[in-house]
Design a protein around this ligand. Structure first.
Ligand SMILES: [Mn+2]
Length: 349
């Protein structure tokens, strides 16, 4: 098979050599990704685990909590150990691993309650990630904040370690899901010719991309649609004078529509898609926390906003945060900050 990706421009030879050295003999390996795992997190965990097993390692994927239903079709998903459900088993696996992979995150806090066993692990950590500012727990890494997804980096890592033939069609499906979901179906500015070359390679090698889009976007439960319609109709506030929009859902709102994990995925982008809106926030009450998603278009940094005001983090145009404050307090604070956002938006325009 013709391989158009000889080397990813964001992946260093020396970093791959470090990975190769650590993986040169069979190891006990735990592959991890972040809490509330999205397509990139699950896709990377599954593809990496499948690759490591094929290479003769004893590898298992562990996630802090279960992926949402839109990802339940992914090849190998039933083999993932969920820390929340099997805490003892997962903790033992983490404690006894020779090597551990951190995929699509770079701070242990992103693991929630799984952070403690992760911090205490005796094995060596390897990191593949595209978030800013990695912590320093890893002995080897492939890190590029400019890359549109961890799955894109991981494709290059796997090809670098095992050659193009090491990427099976199932692994391609997992990695494509990560690339597609982290790029808004390949439309964000972070998408490059390399992103598309990798996809071309995958399709040339037998990947069926259309069913993946159908799984992710074409099989929504009716309750999900109704919850989103309710949110847009009843809970969307548009502030054209501030170039901003705000959506919130209370716990009661979500109960009313039998909310399940993933139901509000992408909702904030609907607000961002309104004409003249360059900054959108989605606020959701859940469990003991209020969670926020921040999205921006262009120079205005959603990450800086999340960091400054809510101790959150993420990417330049897509960030998040959580707080123990009440949803009323959070909404009042947000509404109060919008004039400041408007000033920054116009200064950057
Ligand atoms: Mn990602």
């Amino acid at each position: 098979m013709q391989n158009t990706i000889s080397m990813h421009p964001l992946v260093q030879d020396s970093d791959l050599a470090n990975f190769k050295a650590l993986l040169s003999s069979p190891q006990r390996i735990v592959v991890t990704s972040h809490r509330s795992p999205d397509g990139d997190a699950v896709g990377c965990a599954l593809a990496m685990c499948a690759f490591l097993v094929a290479e003769g390692h004893d590898a298992v994927a562990i996630l802090p909590d279960a992926p949402d239903e839109a990802l339940a079709w992914m090849p190998g998903v039933e083999g993932i150990v969920i820390f929340k459900d099997e805490t003892e088993r997962a903790s033992a696996l983490i404690a006894n691993a020779d090597l551990l992979f951190a995929l699509d995150y770079n701070r242990f806090e992103r693991l929630g309650p799984m952070a403690d066993p992760a911090r205490a692990a005796a094995g060596k950590w390897l990191l593949v990630d595209h978030h800013e500012g990695p912590d320093n727990f890893q002995v080897a890494q492939v890190h590029a904040a400019a890359c549109s997804s961890t799955a894109e980096l991981l494709y290059a890592v796997i090809v670098g370690l095992g050659g193009r033939d090491a990427v099976t069609v199932d692994m391609s499906a997992c990695l494509y899901t990560g690339m597609m979901t982290d790029t808004g179906s390949f439309r964000f500015p972070s998408v490059t010719p390399t992103t598309h070359r990798i996809v071309a390679d995958m399709i040339e090698s037998g990947l069926q991309h259309a069913p993946i889009h159908e799984h992710i976007h074409g099989e929504a439960p009716l309750d999900r649609l109704r919850l989103n319609a309710f949110a847009l109709n009843e809970r969307l506030e548009v502030f054209p004078q501030f170039g901003s929009a705000l959506i919130h859902l209370t716990a009661a709102d979500m109960d009313r529509f039998n909310h399940r994990p993933g139901y509000t995925e992408g909702l904030v982008n609907q607000a961002l898609g309104i004409q003249g809106i360059h900054f959108a926030v989605f606020v959701k009450e859940g469990g003991d926390r209020v969670k926020m998603s921040f999205r921006s278009i262009g120079e205005f940094s959603a990450r800086a906003f999340a960091e400054t005001h809510f101790n959150g983090g993420g990417h330049h145009n897509a960030a998040g945060g959580a707080t123990k404050e009440s949803i009323e307090v959070v909404l009042a604070k947000l509404r109060g900050l919008l004039p400041e956002v408007a000033e920054q938006l116009s200064a950057l325009a």
